[in-house]
Design a protein around this ligand. Sequence first.
Ligand code: GLU
Ligand code: MG
Length: 445
Amino acid sequence: MDKQRDFVLRTIEERGVKFVRLWFTDVVGTLKSVAIAPAEVEGAFTEGIGFDGSAIEGLSRTFESDLLAYPDPSTFQTLPWRGDIDPTGRMFCDITTPDGEPAVADPRNVLKRTLERAADRGFTFYTHPEIEFYLLRSSKFGEDGPIPVDSAGYFDNVPGGTAHDFRRRSVRMLEDLGISVEFSHHEAGPGQNEIDLRYADALTTADNIMTFRTVVKEVAIEQGVYATFMPKPFSQYPGSGMHTHLSLFEGDTNAFYEPGAQYQLSKIGRHFIAGLLRHANEISAVTNQFVNSYKRLWGGDEAPSFICWGHNNRSALVRVPLYKPNKGQSARVEYRAIDSAANPYLAFSLLLAAGMKGIEEGYELPPEAEDDVWALTDSERRALGYNPLPASLDHAIEYMEGSELVAETLGEQVYNYVLANKRAEWRDYRSQVTPFELQRNLEIL
Ligand code: GLU
Ligand code: MG
């Protein structure tokens, strides 16, 4: 820790960094930032930086509003879009109360706590997100709705297109920030893109997703376009999902890998999937937290609507990909419901908790879905036990209300806050996709 702190202080001096932004995330998943002068950084490491937590949604009740932000030196980077003149650095923070306790409502703390529980059982949790988003000409729109920047489709190479330059510039910036990108391509919708981050431990991935969203928004501004992570901005085009590949390691060994087993998937892997399936509805108000999220889940175009798993089945909620059958390290399961507007800290906490519950309780994995689940009739699906995901945020809230797993994982305060916040969201936006909903979502997501 001291070495990392020294490294940050030295870098600030050597590179002439003029501002250091302290970043953290609220319960909804909005990035918060406070800039401090370089001279304050040493003190911030040892004593934290005080702020009024009640100013931040969900972070603190008014009667316990004094909070401290402690920067995590291992996350120090300079922000490439700020340029080389008077560079700006940033660090993610852990939030504590004045007596040094981790703030219960800090999403980063919720994830750390959940990761520690898994670590007590010998597991490290890795995640790899495929992040989809739309590039629009503007966040404002007229009668015909928002206008995408191009009319290309899946994997299209658009000569001289905005999306091309856009991805190149974003990927470059992400690499400058120490975030490895595995894959980037045009997605199926017009103006829709996907960028996949290389797998990393879940805390790093969650930090990386927050950085990613900022980078993508910044590059869009630079190029005179608008980027949105709204789950379903167009009813006629695919939504933006954030399919996430999950794996558990025990030391250097992938706990999901068993050579010779079906899909090389170990017992632990099977129980983990069973946990994801059994708790999918309860965690949905977090993995799919907006009214608009359910328009994606029920809007077709490869978004999952039914709870089942399969191997190469893109209609299933959980998929077991087999890109490299003999490479144990790459064994993983893909959760396809989560969308690009989720709070990654809270969503990863619940995915891990659901999978761990499956392992602890030895849940049996139901038979895999081999058919295209969307093509079956309702009664066929019922007979096969493929239950629907919640039809709306309202249903998701009902599932969450009875969930011990969610309450325990998020902690009482976050759990209650999410419930209250989602109920309000539902009350305000339950009507169909209105221009108002669209405008509001485009402004904040
Ligand atoms: N955009 C689709 C979704 O909403 C996914 C398309 C894909 O398979 O990558 O989940
Ligand atoms: Mg995709």
